[in-house]
Ligand binder design. Structure first.
Ligand code: T4K
Length: 408
């Protein structure tokens, strides 16, 4: 771990950390178990196409999520695309803009219009009170996102979907291992989609899955994942290649065996950050509901620029100078990314809370590779920056070239 120097790096001191601390360092389980699975896989010479490790991983994920069916995929973006297509969504689908752009792209990729709905600033998730007014005659569905693994307003969305005859899916990319009112995320709506990307709580290098209790839907997705093949020569749907490899399933199964270790590390980090941050004016650590199961995978800080004295972006500059690579997820919101920005240039007018949250959030490094001592150092940096606000601001002003709109 790093020693703290008295001078902040942005003011000319040496960076607190010699090597970058990333948001999204993978959690890796037992290496020997992974290598054993790789060897067995190579001995079998069965590498993909619904192999035994993928089948085992699907059973395990379904059991963890408390659902009947799991269809593993190559990543969550393709899993979303296949679930959306399998559910027959078309026209318009209501989604938050405050999400990773993949949620919107999975729709637009198949010419379905994502209609961006504003969020509740407390939860960072779809505001159910604003969802219904986004419904038009072209609306066919709603995709709720459990941002940071904190479940969205499942009951209200379910009720709106039922009343307006809409299909409800959930992007649960962040929420493997989390619960809502004691029930595991995975069984809400028609289906939910997990991501097992390297940066996620549970990783399979790349990977994703659709989980559902609807057997016919699961069977359909299974065919669509494999080009629509039903048996050797018989194609009965349009399909794509969404298959998970055996190597990914080997990693996923190995990760599953260490889930408790991952949660414990994340939780320890979360508590260490909470202890550092609770008395710094202008900074708030987004809480997890202690009555639920959480994976504590994201350390989400909200900056009140007036109370702290520096803006979120200025704090990010301070941290980056120290080699703490804080991230601004999901700035600036999908509606400010292409092609959505060009299609709907005024979407922001309906998304005031999305814009406000995207302007004040930053994510800090956590996970099994993060040490508590480093979190103490980050706490000291955040306190030091607050006591030297004007010097920090001057340093940023002279070092940051004026960015001309449109120039890269
Ligand atoms: N829905 C939601 C709500 C999502 O958040 C995501 C993905 C999806 C859907 C789609 O799921 P997938 O199709 O990916 O399964 C990252 C991830 O690539 C992405 O999976 C994730 N959300 C998103 C929130 O974050 P980037 O572009 O920020 O990734 P990148 O390359 O900057 O990686 C983050 C940091 O992690 C790096 O700075 C370094 C570190 N890292 C990364 C990798 C891959 C490592 O240390 N080792 C590694 O192997 O999108």
């Amino acid at each position: 771990s790093a020693r703290m120097h008295t001078t902040l790096a942005i003011l000319g001191g040496r960076p607190a950390f010699p090597d970058p601390l990333h948001v999204g360092r993978p959690n890796v389980g037992e290496r020997a178990a992974l290598m054993r699975r790789f060897n067995e896989m190579l001995d079998r010479n069965w590498l993909t196409n619904d192999g035994p490790l993928v089948k085992e991983f699907e059973r395990e994920v379904a059991a963890h999520a408390g659902v009947e069916y799991c269809v593993a995929m190559c990543n969550a973006t393709v899993a979303l695309e296949i679930a959306i297509r399998g559910a027959g969504l078309k026209g318009e689908v209501i989604v938050p803009s405050y999400t990773f752009v993949a949620t919107a792209h999975a729709l637009q990729w198949q010419e379905i219009t994502p209609v961006f709905c504003d969020i509740d600033p407390e939860t960072h998730n779809l505001d159910p009170n604003k969802v219904e007014r986004m419904v038009t005659p072209r609306t066919t569905g709603i995709i709720g996102v459990h941002v940071w693994g904190r479940p969205c307003a499942v009951e209200s969305l379910t009720e709106i979907a039922r009343r307006r005859n809409l299909t409800l899916l959930f992007d649960a990319a962040h929420a493997f291992g989390c619960s809502h009112h004691g029930r595991s995320v995975g069984s809400f709506g028609l289906a939910e989609v997990f991501s097992f990307h390297a940066t996620k709580f549970l990783n399979s290098f790349e990977g994703g899955a659709v989980v559902t209790n609807d057997g016919a839907f699961a069977a359909k997705l299974r065919l669509m994942r494999n080009f629509g093949f039903s048996g050797y020569d018989n194609v009965i749907y349009i399909g794509t290649n969404g298959k998970m490899t055996e190597a990914s399933a080997a990693m996923g199964l190995t990760s599953l065996e260490s889930l408790e270790t991952f949660v414990a590390a994340n939780r320890r980090n979360y508590e260490a950050y909470a202890a550092e941050i609770h008395d710094i004016p202008g900074l708030k650590l987004l809480p997890y509901d202690a009555r639920e199961r959480n994976n504590y995978q994201y350390i989400v800080l909200e900056v009140d620029a007036r109370a702290y004295g520096l803006t979120r972006d200025e704090i990010v500059a301070v941290l980056h100078a120290e080699n703490v690579l804080a991230r601004r997820y999901f700035y600036p919101g999908c509606h400010r990314m292409e092609p959505y920005r060009s299609y709907h240039p005024h979407a922001g007018l309906l998304l005031p809370e999305t814009e406000a949250v995207a302007a004040r959030v930053l994510l800090l490094p956590t996970g099994t590779s993060m040490e508590v001592e480093a979190i103490h150092d980050i706490g000291r940096i955040l306190r030091a920056a607050r006591s030297e606000v004007s010097a920090v601001r001057r340093a940023i002003e002279v070092s940051t070239p004026v960015v001309v709109n449109g120039a890269s």
